[in-house]
Design a protein around this ligand. Structure first.
Ligand code: SF4
Ligand code: SF4
Length: 356
C-alpha cells in the first residue's frame, strides 16, 4: 500500500503511534547533536536540520528538508540492548527477582542502516539462545524508516547493501519529496496506520522525483568499501604492518565500538547495595579495546593496541560472516565521525587490501 501525504500529516503519524500505546523513539536535536530519544509529541522531533559529518567532526546546520539528516552517535542499540541492564536482584532473604522490562517501541525516523542493525542484533540476541531482556524490549516493535536523500560524508551503506534507500524490513518506508511524503506500508500494522492518514494515490511524477533523489543520494556517497571476498582477503592480512600503524594513532578508547549500532559485547557484574537491601547482577557494555576484555586467568590475550584494533576490524568485516552469515558493519559511519583521532575504517580496509 502506498500513499502520498501532505507534510503536516507527519505530526498525525506520530500522534497515531502514541495513541496506540507505543513508546515513540525519534531523532531530537539536543545540545547540538541529533539523538534518538523517547518523545511525547511530534514537536520534539528534529526538523529542518542537517549534519556535516566527517572524520572526528560533527556539526548541525539548518536545512530546507524536514528530515535531510542521518544520525548522531546513538542508535537503536541504546534502547534494545541498553548500556546497563539489571539481570537479577537478590534480597537478604535470598528471594530473587528477574527484572525483565517490556516496552513496545515505535522507532521513527530511522534509516536503512538502522533497519540492518536491527536484523543483526536480532541474530545475536534471538538467533540461538533467546535473550529474555532483549526480547522484552524488542517484541512488538513498530518501525518508520526514511530513505536517505542526503547521506553524510561518513556514510558508506551503499557498499554494504544497507542503503541509502530502505530495501524492506520496516512497517513504513518514507521518502521525503519536495512538498509531501511518499509512504509505503509493507506490513499489516503499517497499512493499518497508513490508512488513517490523509493522502492520495502516488502519480508517475512522484516516482520520478523519488528516483532522482535516490540517484542524487547514491552519487553523494563519497566513501566506499570493496566487499568482494573481503572476509577471506582480510584473513590474509593478519601480519600486515597496517595494524601497527593504526595502533600509533589509536587511543584504544573504545568510542568506535560504543557508537557502533551492532557491537554487542558486555560484561556481567555483581554488586551489593550500600543500605544492605540486597544485591544486583547487571550487565554493561564492554569493548574489545580494553586490555581486560581479553584477560583470561590474569593474562591478556590481546596485549597490544594493534591486536585489539585488528580484532575489532576483523570481527566486523570477516569473523562476523562465519558467526552470523553477513558482515557486522552496516556502513553507518558513526565510528568514523566519533573517533577522536579521526581513524576511518574505510581507509584502513583499503590500506589493508592494497598492502603486500
Ligand atoms: S563499524 Fe562503524 S560504520 Fe560499521 S556499523 Fe559499526 S559504527 Fe557503523
Ligand atoms: S579507532 Fe578511534 S574511536 Fe576506536 S578505539 Fe581507536 S581512537 Fe578510539
Amino acid at each position: 500500500m502506498e500513499k502520498v501525504v501532505p507534510k503536516p500529516e507527519m505530526g498525525r503519524l506520530v500522534d497515531l503511534l502514541l495513541e496506540r500505546g507505543y513508546r515513540v523513539v525519534a531523532p531530537v536535536l539536543k545540545e547540538g547533536v541529533i539523538l534518538f530519544e523517547e518523545v511525547g509529541s511530534f514537536s520534539q522531533v528534529a526538523r529542518c536540520v542537517t549534519e556535516k559529518q566527517d572524520r572526528g567532526h560533527y556539526r548541525v546546520e539548518k536545512a530546507e528538508e524536514w528530515f535531510g539528516y542521518v544520525h548522531g552517535p546513538n542508535s537503536l542499540k541504546h534502547f534494545l540492548h541498553p548500556p546497563k541492564t539489571d539481570l537479577l536482584k537478590v534480597k537478604p532473604d535470598l528471594s530473587q527477582e528477574v527484572p525483565i522490562e517490556r516496552k513496545r517501541y515505535a522507532f521513527f525516523g530511522i534509516r536503512g542502516c538502522d533497519i540492518a542493525s536491527l536484523r543483526i542484533l536480532d541474530k545475536v540476541f534471538l538467533g540461538g539462545f533467546q535473550d529474555p531482556y532483549y526480547a522484552g524490549l524488542r517484541e512488538g516493535t513498530f518501525t518508520v524508516a526514511f530513505n536517505c536523500t542526503r547521506p553524510a560524508r561518513t556514510c558508506f551503506c551503499a557498499s554494504v547493501g544497507t542503503g541509502p534507500f530502505v530495501r524492506g524490513g520496516s512497517d513504513l518506508i518514507i521518502t521525503e519529496l519536495r512538498d509531501s511524503f511518499l509512504i509505503r506500508a509493507t506490513t499489516d500494522e503499517g497499512k493499518d496506520v497508513l490508512e488513517e492518514l490523509d493522502g492520495r494515490e502516488p502519480k508517475q511524477r512522484d516516482y520520478d522525483e523519488e528516483k532522482e533523489l535516490e540517484e542524487r543520494s547514491l552519487s553523494a556517497m563519497v566513501r566506499r568499501v570493496d566487499t568482494r571476498d573481503l572476509p577471506s582477503k582480510l584473513l590474509e592480512k593478519l601480519e600486515s604492518d597496517v595494524w601497527e600503524d593504526v595502533a600509533r594513532r589509536c587511543l584504544a578508547c573504545g568510542s568506535c565500538a560504543m557508537v557502533c549500532p551492532t557491537c554487542f559485547c558486555y560484561e556481567v557484574v555483581d554488586d551489593i547495595t550500600l543500605d544492605g537491601s540486597g544485591s544486583v547482577r547487571f550487565r554493561r557494555w564492554d569493548v574489545c579495546f580494553r586490555e581486560e576484555f581479553s584477560t583470561i586467568h590474569g593474562n591478556p590475550i590481546r596485549k597490544s593496541v594493534a591486536s585489539r584494533y585488528r580484532q575489532w576490524l576483523l570481527h566486523k568485516f570477516s569473523y562476523w560472516v562465519g558467526q552470523f552469515g553477513e558482515l557486522g558493519c552496516v556502513g553507518c559511519g558513526r565510528c568514523i565521525t566519533w573517533c577522536p583521532v579521526g581513524i576511518d575504517i574505510t581507509e584502513e580496509v583499503k590500506r589493508l587490501l592494497s598492502d603486500g
